[in-house]
Design a protein around this ligand. Structure first.
Ligand SMILES: N[C@@H](CCC(=O)N[C@@H](CS)C(=O)NCC(=O)O)C(=O)O
Length: 225
């Protein structure tokens, strides 16, 4: 039987990975369609109001509905699919989780600056901003192994793709971003072992990310010098 959900994706996108991890955690079959964001297909531009991935195409009585915005997609997956719960049952705890998911998006904003800038001063500012943000995360973490303890949640699905960047960046030198955040370091290690996290990207991910850095002539590459 062919899967009914389609996820329009890109091989490097951390927002796509959130949705892939959520679907995998729930054991939901889906078709992943990777597109070239430098050459967006017309059919994609028709269904994606912002021209961004991920888009989850969902069959409905009205025909196919294209859902956009990764956190909205994750919430839809949580509300409609059976399998492990990825949000707390308590409304206040759930709201806190949603807030930390948004915080993860703010981290991705800084990460984009860190990985694309050619400017030493911008690079230093982004590194500082990320260090400060992870210091806030450190305070929010409990005893682990996951964000909220023993159970994997959508916050974990949001942060795992963030940490994946650093697995590639570390080869160019220690950025020191996690130096004062031992709980974050332990969380990062634990998420890297999670099967849903491992399988959310293809084996060529590190090579593709390195090529992206080279294309941007990223200051980050000069860390190795
Ligand atoms: N807020 C969006 C962000 C998604 C996003 O920025 N996706 C990037 C790839 S990682 C994209 O599609 N960029 C294409 C473009 O901006 O033209 C979400 O959470 O889904």
């Amino acid at each position: 039987m062919s899967p009914s959900l389609k996820l329009i994706s890109h091989k490097l996108c951390p927002y796509v990975q959130r949705a892939v991890i959520a679907l995998t955690e729930k054991g939901v079959a889906f078709e992943r369609i990777d597109i070239d964001l430098a050459n967006k297909p017309d059919w994609f531009l028709k269904i994606s109001p912002l021209g961004k991935v991920p888009v989850l195409v969902v069959p409905s009585a009205q025909g196919e509905i294209a859902l956009f915005e990764s956190n909205v997609i994750c919430e839809y997956i949580e509300e409609t699919q059976s399998g492990a719960k990825l949000h707390p049952a308590d409304a206040l705890a759930r709201a806190q989780h949603r807030a930390w998911m948004e915080f993860g998006s703010a981290i991705l904003g800084d990460l984009w600056g860190l990985e694309t800038t050619q400017d030493a001063a911008v690079f230093a500012a982004k590194r500082e901003a990320l260090t400060a943000k992870f210091a806030r995360v450190e305070v929010a973490l409990g005893d682990g192994p996951y964000f909220a303890g023993a159970r994997f949640s959508l916050v974990d699905a949001v942060f795992a793709p963030i940490f994946r960047y650093f697995d590639v960046f570390d080869a160019y030198g220690d950025l020191g971003i996690f130096a004062s955040s031992p709980k974050v370091r332990a969380w990062r290690d634990r998420l890297a072992q999670r099967p849903s996290v491992k399988s959310a990207v293809s084996p060529e991910y590190p090579q593709l990310l390195r090529a992206f850095l080279v294309r941007h002539d990223a200051y980050l590459l000069k860390q190795a010098a």
